[in-house]
Design a protein around this ligand. Structure first.
Ligand SMILES: [Zn+2]
Length: 199
């Protein structure tokens, strides 16, 4: 899971809200603003990643949707067009936004806009799983809740992470730097974690 460094709300979005005066999220379906927003956030704030699962995505309808971190239908209807509540999320069926849906506990969810997930979670490189960094306390509770809600130890994600761990096992230090430069690399926090701990 990756920190999202939100920029100022883009002017095209401010202008859109002022002119169209949307009253609900449904109003957004009429316009191509969703695509523009997804593109802007992905390119300027997310480095092309779904912040939850860390897979590279694009801004097409097939690959991504706008995720409201505090869910519109889960207690936060007034945040339907609040820029800081939006990220571009993957369309994976069983993880991330599609697993989270309208469930959300504000006390326990690690909001990647407000906090750095790295402070709560890291990896077990023996099995490719994301695990809580702390053994108890609120930090542990938050990590456990967020991993479960987003289903980040889903079998597909775990298998993909295992593959990266395996590949990195064959690299020497110079290869590693080249490997990290690869623009299409998924699971970047795992890669950086392994670099820090094992190289
Ligand atoms: Zn995802």
């Amino acid at each position: 899971m990756l920190k999202v460094n939100k920029q100022d709300e883009p002017d095209f979005f401010k202008k859109f809200k002022k002119i169209e005066k949307p009253t609900s999220w449904n109003d957004y379906n009429k316009f191509k603003i969703k695509t523009d927003l997804k593109k802007f956030m992905l390119e300027n704030e997310q480095d092309g990643y779904c912040p939850y699962c860390e897979q590279k995505i694009d801004f097409s309808k097939e690959e991504s949707h706008i995720e409201h971190i505090k869910p519109r239908n889960g207690g936060y209807p007034e945040l339907f067009q609040t820029y800081d509540n939006m990220i571009t999320c993957c369309n994976e069926k069983y993880t991330c936004g599609n697993a989270k849906k309208d469930k959300y506990d504000n006390r326990l969810f690690i909001n990647p806009v407000e906090e750095n997930p790295e402070e709560y979670i890291y990896y077990d490189i023996m099995n490719g799983k994301i695990i809580p960094k702390y053994l108890d306390g609120i930090e542990y509770e938050k990590a456990r809740y967020t991993i479960e809600l987003l289903n980040l130890n889903n079998i597909k994600l775990v298998e993909l992470r295992k593959r990266i761990i395996e590949v990195m096992g064959y690299l020497n230090k110079d290869d590693l730097e080249i490997y990290i430069q690869n623009k299409d690399i998924n699971f970047i926090s795992l890669v950086k974690y392994i670099r820090e701990e094992y190289f």
